[in-house]
Design a protein. Sequence first.
Lengths: 155, 760
Amino acid sequence: MTMQIKFQINGVMRQVDIAANTTLVEALRDDLDLTGTKEGCGVGECGTCVVVVDGEPVTSCLMLAADAAGKQVETVEGLAVDGELTRLQQAFVAMGAFQCGFCTPGMLMSATALLRRSPDPDVAEIKDVLGGVLCRCGAYPKIIDAIRSVAGEGL
Amino acid sequence: MTTYVGARVPRVDSVDKVTGRAVYGVDVKLPGMLEGAVVRSPHAHARIVAIDTESAWRVPGVEAIVTGKDFPHLYGAAIQDQPYLAIDRVRYAGEAVVAVAATSQAAAQEAVRRIEVEYEPLPAVLDMRAALTEDAPLVHPDLHTYKRGTHEIVPHTNINTLYRLSKGDVEAGFAAADVVVEGEYSAQAVSHVALEVHVAVAQYEPGHGTYTLWVSTDRPFFLRSDIVNSLGLESSDVRLIVTEVGGSFGGKGVPVAEAIAIALARHTDGRPVRVELSREEDLVSSQHRVPAIMKLKTGVTRDGMITARTAEVIWDSGAYTAYTVGVAIRGSQTIVGPYRIPNIELLSRQVYTNKPITGSYRGYGTTQVTWACESHMDEIAAELGIDPVEFRLANAYEEGDVYVNGQIMHGVGVGETIERTSEEIGWGTIEREPEPHLRRGKGIATMLKPTMTPSSSNCVINIEQDGRVVVVGAAPEIGAGQDTVLAQMAADAIGVPLASVTVPDTDTAVSPYNGPVASSRTTYHMGNAILAAGTDLHDQIVDLAAETLGVPAGDLDMNDGIIYDGEGNPQMTLAALLGKYAGEGYSLTAAARFSTAGSPLLKADPGVEWISSIFWMFCTQAAEIEVDVETGVIRVLAVAAAADVGKAINPLTCEQQVEGGVIMGLSNGLFEDFYMRDGRIINGSLADYKVATIHDLPDITPILVESVHNEAPFGAKGIGEPAAAATPPAIANALYDALGIRIRDLPITPQKVLDALAAQ
């Protein structure tokens, strides 16, 4: 059984026809071709699929797409505007805060939500928010450096 | 002139990776693509009695259902022992038995649920020591009939690899020793846990009998060899198009999802089939690090000089050999450590068991043997009452020392790595007891790692009409910064801006041959090929500029895309030079092949030259830990980690490798383990298989030692693998320093700490 839902993706209203059990990450990747968001486990254990829904970081594999209806969903594709990277993205580049890059969208979206809520987070706060996003390459030290480098300056 | 080599430039893959534009294996979508799913064995060892697919065929959208009998081929790097799908019997719980391709993942999964397989369970061998016994069930009764390489096996047993190495006279060496220390150590199976699971898309060309694959792999040409050798095809009958790779760590080199996708694609009349493993399948049914039991016996003089060592290693390949034969041979050699040991005897045996497949894992055996060697070194130091740092330095290799096979070692910076890490960690100073229940300790461990030798890399460099440079070489970017360091070397070799260089993804139909992105060999091997082709291009450009300007070529030079005269005055840009030929068109290309075969550096004793390595990597880590004596929990506070990289082409990417290596090593050392019941893994999820998170992060100080290597491009060796190996023994040695307890079996769990404390 399919259903029709509408939500805002990166500021643009989108409509999809999906099965009721479609998760948000599936809707983003398969139905909307927004493959920047990655899925690493499908059961909320790795954090690579984090997107921002109404300002909060959410593991999009655990949220039904239908539950995002009417909400504002932000993904990694929406960060840069017309090719202009956000300060946080620029910091990730300058500090080398990624290796294989597979967890990077989840890290960026988690950190973006954090910085909006708490513009000058200390290391403990950063670890709390990123604790659920795994990075097997071990980019953690440089991710912390990158977030700290934009702290207090705005995204 | 080096403008970019040695500079801390941002990675060339940065923008794609922070904007979500990078296309990984999981992102590939093709018209008409089918989705695959797999029925896997619940038994560790069983005969397949019957497979009933009738009900599954009735699921709408099912296009193919394939069993081992429908695709009866065997593959394997050293021994062709592994079927694409089980044929007649299953040899581990999690083995693929039946595969389905359907128009949707939901349909494929529904078909999988409806397939019934009848098994007759067989006695399983689940322990590597048990596998060695005479009455052990044979995992592969037909081992002696398989196609294989030249290494030694023991037919009609479970021993798929037998290897011995000896040097000098160990009896005389032990007789000359004042003290003999023995110890047995074990290293567990761990998973690579690349965040991108194994995934592949395969398409068969029915008229031609050829395949195209879209894969996330670190070694396209090796993977292709595995496939064509097993199918009886010619090399170019299989084309591999490589995507971005979402983590590999040695794990994405053998057919995993690829095998299933190929078997299905053969039966879908040309429609492409995509196979993506679930995380559970990835943890259980891809491959693990080879578990090992390592017995060491070392003789030393009272003043701390090593006189002899014997080592006996048992490796557990699991159900199929994959890349493990090389691990059991190459990996076991480094159990001698980076030390001058005059008399050595090594026996290495690898056995089949009815457990998940194992294979290459970051370090290719060195993470296991470094655990044994470096725990053992501290036990010897303790026995002698000598400081562990002093003991290592007294025995450590120096430039010009002789390796076990007689090779003269070059580019040896191990001493400096030991000195600088011990200094950084504040060796000999410590606050023992910050709280009544907490104790602190410091430990050190070092290691050496050879690289695959001989091997070759080829590249073609093309300069486009506008002066932009395209470097074509099959060295996939697996996350370690390959594209960036190769682009930096190309920019300097040619004399063009880094921003003008691109390193496209690999396509075996276009790229010349390259060995694997493994063995930490890319910077050195592909770098040398790029240096040669780049220098050629530089000369071609200067010649063309001289002809165009009507001056002698010897008067001109080019740097950063600008052509200068003999006095250093800029004359024109490369783009302007090529622009003069825009009407007729002008293309500049150069190709180069680099191979280490025949290098004078490899000279060694007759018969054992093959053990020589074109370069040696050294890595030392010193750790400070805090252990809670009430809970047994270890917290790693700080790690000083030094890698002798020869020359850091890019300090940023080198630091990434060192930091990432420490975190992976910490994770392997403290947390990771598989738990089994009746031969089945019961913790096949990231909730139950714990890997290090940002909360486990210690304060890491990366230290880059540059022992410039004469035959290396700009002096650079390699770094990726050794960075992870020294962490677990450094932690174990710090634990001994803190509490006087010695853990010899990985991982170092809180329970083991508490048990050791109770036994103290």
